[in-house]
Design a protein around this ligand. Structure first.
Ligand code: 3HC
Length: 379
């Protein structure tokens, strides 16, 4: 089957971005949300983004108009799916909500139409069972902002037809993005298995080490060479996304992260980061605003436990054959913008120091911090 028309369900940060990059690759897109006001906001963001890309000569002014007009915002689900080849679900990360959406879709869309979920953490096989087409169901996980991040994780469920994996891989490539296949349908897949626990670890570091958020973030940016600090990235991703991903991951696998209560507190107070003007930091602009992080502040902190927790989860992925070391490095480079490979970073910060710091914290906070044996071989 050739994919021409695509329906995106959910017009939030991920949904509107996926709609835009699909339209930029020449697909006709139906962007669906439950209220017109969400769609209006999404279309505004798409216009802003297209104009930014045009200012930077990535697309022409004419293309801005053509791309924009190939996206049809629509509230009616039947109209959004009546002439589609691929449905990408990007609704909030809540199993019950996704179940409701798939129940509605099942009777409405023919079984040969592929359903893909942009879930960030929910098991694909579990989701596929909510549909009438487990063999035509797959995970395609984009990264924020989809307009700039090159990675897409492709996650087959146990019943996904290999042809569907192939078709979705082609679709991802047609967007000029890089697919990495997640070989096992594990909680958090590849990148979120590393990113989400880091937000909690940054908070534990704040409690333990009594330094400020911007010092920790500066150290992450300048000593680990991440493009953003962890608190900054969490605010940018949205603390609703981080909270829901944490909750769902923790429900399925207690070893993947240690929950810090602050995430739920911020979520309950609707302090969701950049989108609400306040999260860990405060913001004036809801389009794109950066936190002032400096090299000078970074000299006050060694982010040993942050790197240790990331490296432990990275080692777990390799040990459990979720991905190869090469795919892990590609995923972290293209999905989180890491300039240096994760185990190189461990070496650079000094492997023994990282392992010893994890052991010290293990004595206080338990086995979650036990250094993975894989780390001992990093020399
Ligand atoms: N469309 C077009 N342009 C955009 C844009 C968008 N959506 N968003 C930002 N921009 C523009 C900015 O306005 C800015 O333009 P300017 O130069 O005119 O000011 C430019 O892009 C970025 O400039 P910066 O100097 O701030 O950029 P960086 O070199 O740091 O790159 C970045 C920006 C690519 C976002 C980089 O900081 C990065 O890689 N950050 C990490 C992002 C990340 O880790 N994402 C994954 C999160 S996890 C996830 O999404 C999974 C989910 O399931 C939770």
């Amino acid at each position: 089957m050739t994919i021409k028309n695509i329906t995106i369900l959910g017009s939030g940060i991920m949904g509107h971005g996926i709609a835009q990059v699909s339209a930029m690759a020449g697909y006709k897109v139906f962007l669906r949300d439950i209220e017109q006001k969400f769609l209006d906001k999404a279309m505004e963001k798409i216009k802003w983004s297209l104009q930014k890309l045009s200012e930077k000569n990535k697309i022409t002014a004419n293309e801005v108009d053509t791309i924009y007009s190939s996206i049809t915002p629509v509230v009616d689900l039947r109209a959004a799916t009546s002439n589609t080849d691929l449905v990408i679900e990007a609704v909030p990360e809540d199993f019950k909500l996704k179940e409701k959406v798939y129940n509605e879709l099942n009777g409405m869309v023919q079984d040969d139409v592929i359903f893909a979920s942009n879930t960030s953490t929910l098991p694909i096989t579990e989701l596929s069972k909510l549909t009438t087409r487990p063999q035509n169901f797959i995970g395609v996980h984009f990264f924020n902002p989809p307009q700039l991040m090159k990675l897409v994780e492709v996650i087959p469920g146990t019943q996904t037809n290999p042809k569907v994996v192939q078709e979705l891989t082609h679709y991802v490539q047609s967007l000029n993005k890089h697919p990495v296949i997640c070989q096992k349908d594990v909680s958090g897949f590849i990148v979120n298995r590393i990113f989400i626990p880091l937000v909690h670890e940054a908070l534990f570091s704040l409690d333990r080490d009594r330094v400020s958020m911007d010092v920790i973030d500066s150290a992450v940016k300048f000593k680990l060479d991440f493009p953003m600090g962890i608190f900054e990235l969490a605010d940018y991703t949205g603390l609703d996304v981080v909270y829901k991903a944490s909750y769902e991951m923790n429900l399925r696998d207690k070893n993947v992260l240690l929950m810090h209560p602050k995430i739920k507190e911020l979520y309950d107070n609707n302090q969701l980061g950049q989108k609400t003007g306040k999260g860990f930091y405060e913001y004036k602009d809801n389009n794109y605003e950066r936190v002032n992080l400096t090299q000078e502040k970074s000299s006050q902190y060694d982010p040993l436990s942050i790197l240790g927790v990331a490296a432990n989860n990275a080692a777990w992925l390799i040990e459990n054959k979720v991905c190869t070391l090469e795919d892990l490095n590609t995923a972290l480079k293209l999905g989180m913008g890491l300039k240096t490979e994760i185990f190189e970073l461990v070496k650079n910060l000094n492997t023994s120091k990282v392992i010893n710091r994890l052991r010290e914290i293990e004595m206080q906070q338990g086995s979650f911090y036990r250094p993975n044996k894989y780390l001992e071989n990093i020399k």
